[in-house]
Design a protein around this ligand. Structure first.
Ligand SMILES: Cc1cc2nc3c(=O)[nH]c(=O)nc-3n(C[C@H](O)[C@H](O)[C@H](O)COP(=O)(O)O)c2cc1C
Length: 159
């Protein structure tokens, strides 16, 4: 499948997971493109409207893997701005993952995923799975493996 890995990352955590995802999916035979969401001002304390300078395109994709960091128990505002501006997903399968600081998913990851799911579904995306990487947990490597395995099996189930 033609899979687009779409990621927003400020300090590199979510990006590094995206790179592992990219190699996992490519090794399994998927064609993977990599696109990052960027904004003019990425200061997490900035207020006011977000102006995106890179808006990943969904054109030609069979599925999307979308990753972002948790911000205040919620979807990162730049990911939210992207989903509000993105074109209609038209039923495109989407696997979602987040990275967050805390060691347990219920301390932010799950609520951010729920919010992101609603934003994707509002654009007619079909959420096929979700994953959380708890960055400060000793289980972080296992979390990353689970996200990669989850994305791969969700995509393979579509074949
Ligand atoms: C403004 C701000 C708010 C954050 N809010 C949360 C939060 O609610 N829960 C959490 O676990 N981590 C929170 N974090 C930590 C990030 O989610 C975490 O470090 C993430 O892995 C960063 O990803 P990145 O390196 O891809 O930017 C926050 C970080 C920032 C800068």
């Amino acid at each position: 499948m033609n899979v687009g890995v779409v990621v927003y990352s400020l300090t590199g955590n979510t990006f590094s997971v995206a790179e592992t995802l990219r190699s996992t999916l490519a090794s399994a035979g998927h064609t993977v493109s990599f696109q990052t969401i960027k904004a003019q001002n990425e200061d997490p304390n900035a207020t006011g409207p977000i102006k995106l300078t890179q808006v990943p395109s969904l054109k030609g994709l069979d599925a999307v893997v979308l990753g972002g960091p948790v911000r205040g128990f919620s979807t990162a505002p730049i990911v939210k701005a992207y989903l509000e501006q993105a074109s209609d997903f038209k039923g495109l399968p989407v696997y979602l993952y987040v990275t967050h600081h805390f060691p347990l998913a219920f301390l932010g990851g799950n609520s951010a995923l729920g919010m992101t799911r609603k934003l994707v579904e509002a654009k007619n995306g079909n959420v096929i799975g979700t994953g959380v990487v708890n960055w400060s947990s000793k289980h972080r490597p296992d979390n990353i493996k689970a996200v990669c395995a989850g994305a791969l099996s969700a995509l393979d189930a579509l074949k």
